[in-house]
Design a protein around this ligand. Structure first.
Ligand code: NAD
Ligand code: TYD
Length: 353
């Protein structure tokens, strides 16, 4: 079987659902179930004997060791992280703990387990670390996109902790020979994304008749990738990636935030028209994020050249699929957006007026 950490979060759950649809191999899904992890997302797997869910914290070494010894996975796919930049600005402690200490703990337990494996299993074992393009910092309008050799220059507590985890992963290969793979991906969107992130937040606010809060001038650029394409890329890297290598994954979809929000408004005008007026009228400009990175863009030629992966969705097809999914799954949004999330909305947006 494979072990997935963070498989109740946005990308991890999409990965687990896709994996179990496309493969006969079982998944051990280890997740702490923070605010961002939701078992409701995995409801369709409740009768699936190939999905084993364990609530555990990757920082707990004994628990992670016991899971490896009991289940003997052939690979670890490490998605678990604190992932929201705005939260890392308000409170970085959990980011250092999970992203740095948690990844370190997982590497230590993986190394100890890997050392006990017979030679053939040892050489086939993989530790795949899921990281972000944000470790490379911010681009100007005319800079070339990030490649695998771009120097690290993280700017937020989130990206700094992800950069720290990437360095540890690299060091475990270089020092101990652990067969690691690292992927650095651009902004994902799609089903089951927590509504604190740009695209699901704007859909939810639009439908609720609330303001659509665009940070700063709305001209920050992100390179958007449909989550299903990201999961396909990770499967390719797991199957054929070369240990010790890093792979950049992106959608070739650079968009200004304002253009993304306008596109969402236009889709909603067609799919769920308001009685009166247009969704664009709800757009409001709010105080910018501290240290807001201006532009991210990924050069994804290496993974295409070496592993034959490229995204299947365009931004237009992926966004339309996503909006339709949110329109049909508002009960999921209501469930995850209750409780703690309401306090977050107050903390993050009250200070921006
Ligand atoms: P997410 O916040 O939606 O999910 C994170 C999951 O990890 C949650 O289920 C949470 O409960 C779990 N988790 C957190 N701390 C844990 C701990 N200590 N022990 C066990 N589980 C814990 O995040 P996501 O958007 O799905 O991102 C997944 C990974 O992909 C992250 O490593 C992130 O840095 C990376 N990434 C995300 C994006 C994006 O656009 N979302 C882009 C590139 C890379
Ligand atoms: P986000 O989804 O938080 O991803 P990241 O910061 O990891 O790129 O934000 C995407 C972009 O959207 C980013 O430039 C910040 C901007 N943004 C807003 O303008 N308003 C919002 O309410 C949010 C959450 C983000």
């Amino acid at each position: 079987m494979i072990l997935v950490t963070g498989g109740a979060g946005f990308i991890g759950s999409n990965f687990v659902l896709d994996w179990l649809r496309g493969s006969s191999e079982a998944v051990l899904n280890v997740d702490k179930l923070t605010y961002a992890g939701n078992l409701g997302t995995l409801e369709s797997l409740s009768d699936n004997a190939r999905h084993v869910f364990v609530r555990a914290d990757i920082c707990e070494r004994a628990a992670m060791e016991a899971l490896l010894v009991e289940h003997k996975p052939r690979a670890i796919l490490h998605f678990a992280a604190e992932s929201h930049v705005d939260r890392s600005i308000h409170g970085p402690t959990d980011f250092v703990q999970t992203n740095v200490v948690g990844t370190f703990t997982l590497l230590e337990t993986a190394r100890a387990y890997w050392n006990t494996l017979p030679a053939a299993q040892k050489s086939a074992f993989r530790f795949l670390h899921v990281s972000t393009d944000e470790v490379f910092g911010s681009l100007s309008a005319d800079d070339p996109p990030f490649s695998e050799t771009t120097a690290y220059a993280p700017n937020s507590p989130y990206s700094a902790t992800k950069a720290g985890s990437d360095h540890l992963v690299r060091a475990y290969h270089h020092t101990y020979g652990l067969p690691v793979l690292t992927t650095n991906c651009s902004n994902n969107y799609g089903p089951y994304q927590f509504p604190e992130k740009l695209i699901p937040l704007m859909i939810a606010n639009a439908l609720a008749g609330k303001p659509l809060p665009v940070y700063g001038d709305g001209n920050n650029v992100r390179d958007w990738l449909y989550v299903g394409d990201h999961c396909a890329a990770i499967r390719r890297v797991l199957a054929d990636g070369k240990p010790g290598e890093t792979y950049n994954i992106g959608g070739w979809n650079e968009k200004k935030n304002l253009d993304v929000v306008n596109a969402l408004c236009d889709l909603l005008d067609t799919l769920r028209p308001k009685g009166q007026g247009l969704y664009r009228e709800q757009i409001t400009y709010v105080k910018d994020r501290l240290g807001h990175d201006r532009r991210y863009a990924i050069d994804a030629r290496k993974i295409e050249r070496e592993l034959g992966w490229k995204p299947a969705e365009t931004f237009e097809t992926g966004l339309a699929r996503t909006v339709r999914w949110y329109l049909h799954n508002q009960a999921w949004v209501d469930e995850v957006a209750s409780g703690e999330y309401q306090k977050w909305v107050e903390d993050n947006y009250a200070v921006r007026v």
